[in-house]
Design a protein around this ligand. Structure first.
Ligand code: MCU
Length: 409
């Protein structure tokens, strides 16, 4: 394992395009309007190429820009969200590429074929679609295979994410179709490459007929390692209407700082230091930071915030020590403050219960899941006010939150 120390200005090379133009909500090339928006974009502060990383044991303030400016409006938040996305890409996810020059598709007999070309190279992959009878059918993209009960009236799009970026072990870096297209040295981690694959599935659905899917009402889910993938997809792909990470734990719904805190309390929890020794879910750059995660200007409460204001239902499991029950509950609970600031707290749910095996969705969460699906995929009204754990622990929130929640105008 790595024992390198982090230098205050890291060796990060910024991507060539750094602009101060306001964010657009359809940078991935969607031709349809977004179902929701957080406000009118303004001119955003530029993110400095080099950031002086200073230790902060609290979860970083989502409402203060790197340059110290405060977030006071929803338009500011759009800028801050863009900055946070860039920070995630810089420190842990690698670069999330924009829409490639060509994406085409074809649909036949339950199989959607996605063809992508960029820079003289091409790849193709397929996803299976089931339950798509009718018209304007909402759908859930399931990484690997769905391990949540997908209700009738909602199609399932089964996505073999490993085909896009392999996740066997640390030797998987740079292998998979994403890297065939962009080169094996591309900085994107597996989680990022999979999100890119989700983005391309949506592109292909948009330009293909016969599948009956309503592209405006597509959710994403995955469990465990694939749950980490689901939350990253929801954060990066703004066309996703509902994000359902299941038992994603560290690197997903959990915060690096909180998992380190639990580790220091004697819990056998996955930490950043461990995660990089197991797989390629995060970028090479992240390896420089795992010994000092409290110097990162981000943590995963802000990853949840990138999904806002769209639907986000986090399902966790108190019985799995490795997931870090306090971290997997406390982190999204803090992340939900971003939804609160936007006036849509109920669009994000946090639910953590035990009494079931890993990735075996418990019936005790069925009604919550149904409510989120009804509201965000079926356009029905539903009560999605959920923040709960059956864990008998104390999350010392005041120790980790030293900022207040603005009421964004
Ligand atoms: C919770 O997700 C992961 C975990 O991060 C890994 O450390 C472990 O090896 O595998 C879990 C998983 O994906 O289980 C299916």
């Amino acid at each position: 394992s790595s024992s390198s120390t982090t230098t205050s200005t890291s060796t990060y090379t910024p991507p060539p395009v750094q602009t101060t133009t306001p964010p657009t909500t359809t940078t991935t090339g969607g031709t349809t309007p977004q179902p929701t928006s957080t406000g009118t974009p303004g001119v955003c502060p530029a993110l400095p190429a080099n950031i002086n990383l200073v230790a902060n044991s609290a979860l970083p303030d989502p409402f203060t820009f790197v340059n110290g400016q405060k977030v006071t409006t929803k338009a500011d938040w759009e800028c801050r969200a863009k900055e946070i996305s860039e920070l995630f890409q810089r420190y842990e996810l690698g670069t999330f590429p924009p829409k490639p020059s060509s994406v085409t598709g074809s649909y036949s007999g339950g199989t959607l074929t996605v063809n992508v070309s960029e820079g003289g190279k091409s790849i193709s992959f397929t996803v299976r679609i089931s339950g798509n009878t009718g018209s304007n059918v909402p759908a859930i993209i399931a990484y690997g295979a769905a391990s949540i009960p997908v209700p009738s009236g909602v199609a399932t799009i089964t996505f073999n994410n490993d085909d896009i970026a392999a996740q066997q072990n640390t030797g998987s870096r740079g292998s998979g179709k994403f890297y065939t297209l962009y080169g094996s040295g591309h900085s994107a981690s597996a989680l990022t490459a999979w999100a890119w694959g989700v983005d391309r599935i949506l592109d292909a659905l948009e330009v293909t007929t016969g599948h009956n899917i309503n592209v405006q009402r597509v959710g994403v889910t995955g469990c465990s390692r694939n749950g980490k993938g689901a939350i990253v997809a929801g954060a990066l792909v703004k066309r996703i209407a509902l994000t359902i990470p299941q038992e994603s734990g560290s690197g997903g719904s959990a915060c690096w700082r909180l998992s380190d805190y639990q580790k220091s309390q004697g819990t056998n929890v996955q930490t950043a230091q461990q995660i990089i020794t197991e797989n390629v879910w995060f970028s090479k750059e992240f390896e420089k930071h795992v010994n000092q995660v409290n110097r990162l200007p981000i943590d995963h409460h802000m990853l949840a915030g990138l999904v806002a204001p769209r639907g986000l239902y986090i399902a966790e499991n108190t019985d799995m020590e490795w997931l870090g029950a306090i971290s997997s509950y406390g982190c999204p609970k803090v992340g939900r403050k971003i939804y609160e600031a936007l006036g849509v707290a109920d669009n994000m749910g946090v639910s953590q219960i035990g009494g079931h095996n890993h990735c075996s969705f418990p019936s005790g969460q069925n009604s919550e899941l149904t409510a989120f699906i009804n509201k965000f995929l079926k356009d029905q009204s539903a009560n999605t006010n959920v923040v709960r754990t059956d864990g008998r622990f104390n999350f010392p929130e005041a120790q980790f939150v030293n900022w207040s929640v603005p009421n964004l105008a």
